[in-house]
Ligand binder design. Sequence first.
Ligand SMILES: Cc1cc2nc3c(=O)[nH]c(=O)nc-3n(C[C@H](O)[C@H](O)[C@H](O)COP(=O)(O)OP(=O)(O)OC[C@H]3O[C@@H](n4cnc5c(N)ncnc54)[C@H](O)[C@@H]3O)c2cc1C
Length: 381
Amino acid sequence: MIHHFADRALRDAYRERASASVAKRAEECAADGRLDRESWQEMSDAGLWKLPVPVRWGGSGGTWWDFAAAFEGIAAGGRDLGFSLSLVAQAGLIRSILVYGTEEQKEFWLPPLTSGAVGATALTETTGGSDVTRIRTAAHPHQDGYLLDGHKDHITNGPAADIALILGRVPEHGDRDITLFLVDLHADGVSTGPVENMMGNRTSPTGPIALDQVRVDAHNIVGGIGGGIDAVYNTISLDRLLYGILAASYLDPLLTEILDYSRSRTAFNVPIADHQYVQGRITDAKFAVEATRWVSYGALDALLQDSPQTSLMCSVAKYHAGETLKLGTETALRVLGHRGYMEGPYAQALKDALGTVIAGGTAEMQRKNVFNQMRRLAPAR
Ligand SMILES: Cc1cc2nc3c(=O)[nH]c(=O)nc-3n(C[C@H](O)[C@H](O)[C@H](O)COP(=O)(O)OP(=O)(O)OC[C@H]3O[C@@H](n4cnc5c(N)ncnc54)[C@H](O)[C@@H]3O)c2cc1C
C-alpha cells in the first residue's frame, strides 16, 4: 500500500526554486556542456539531499517520499532533463551509503554529499554497460587497503563529480568478487573527463573516470568484498523508479503547454484541439504520464517496504520512463507542427528524452529483468 506520496508543499517549494534557478541557466549550461553547479548548490543549501537522511548523520530525518516530492518540483520547475538526471545519479549513491554503508562511511561521506559535493555512480566500461559482470576495473591488496585500476565510461557527472561509487572486482577474492568502492575523485591517480559530446542532456556532463593505482582504504568498501552486485541492484532500483517520477513531472508542464497551443492554433476553421486525432495524441501521452507516475510511486513503496516485487516494479517504472519521455516529447513536436521541429526547446526535449531509453539500463535490459523477476516470483510448477 502506498503510505504517502508527493508532499505538495515540498514539491511546490522546490518547483519555485528550480524555476528561478535551474530553468534560468539551463540554456547557457547546455551550450557550455556543464553541470549547473550554482543551482546544485542552491538545491543542496535548501536541504534537498538532507531530506532522506536521518538526523544523526546530518540529515533532516525525512524519507525518500520527501525526496521524491522535492525532486518532482525540480523536474517540473527546472524543465531541464539533464539536471534531473544528474540528481538521480547522486540519489542512488546516497541510498547505497544509507543502506549498505558502515557507521564510519555514513559519518565521513554523507556530510559532503548533503551539502554541495557532486556524486557519481560508475558501473559502465568501454566493453559495455548492460553486462556489468564483465567489468575489468580491479583492486589489488596494498598495505592495509587496495590499489584500484580501471577505466569507466559514460558516467553521469563523471567530469564534474567529487565522489564516486565505483564498481570493480577484487580478483584475489575468487569468483564472487564484484565490489563497490567509495572514491574521492580528487585523490592521486584519478582523472576525469573530457565531457562526452552527447546529442542531449548536455547539462548532465557525462564522461570517463580513469583510475591509475588509486589508493582506497579497506573501510571504503561498501557492502563488503563481493557484495557489490547486491548493493548496486539496490542503488539502481532507486535510480530506475526516479526516472519514472522524473518522466511524469517533467512532462506535466509540457502537456499543459501543448494543450494550450492546441486551443489557440486553428486549422479547418476550428482550434486543432477540436480534432479528434490531435486529442488522441494528447490523451495517449497523458495515459502514459499517469501510468508512469503511479507505477513509479508503487515501485518506491515496494522499495521502501523491501517487497519481493521491488526489482520488477523498478524495471517497469524505468521502462515506462524512457518510453513515456520519448512519446511525450514526440507528441509535443507533432502537435506543434513545424514549430516543434525547429531547433529549440521542443527538439531539444526530444533529444534529451532519447537518452533515457539507454541511461539507467536500456529498455531491453528492463524487459530482461522483468521477465527474470516474473520467473523468480512464480517458479515453474
Ligand atoms: C545519458 C547517459 C548517462 C549515463 N550515465 C551512466 C552512469 O552514471 N553510470 C554508468 O555506469 N553508466 C552510465 N551510462 C551508460 C549506460 O548505463 C549504458 O550505456 C547502458 O547500460 C548500455 O550499455 P552500452 O551502451 O555499453 O550498450 P551495450 O551493453 O553494448 O548494449 C548494446 C545494445 O544491445 C542490447 N543488449 C545487450 N544485452 C542484451 C540482452 N541480454 N538482451 C537484449 N538486449 C541486449 C542493449 O539493450 C543495447 O540495445 C549512461 C548512458 C547515457 C546514455
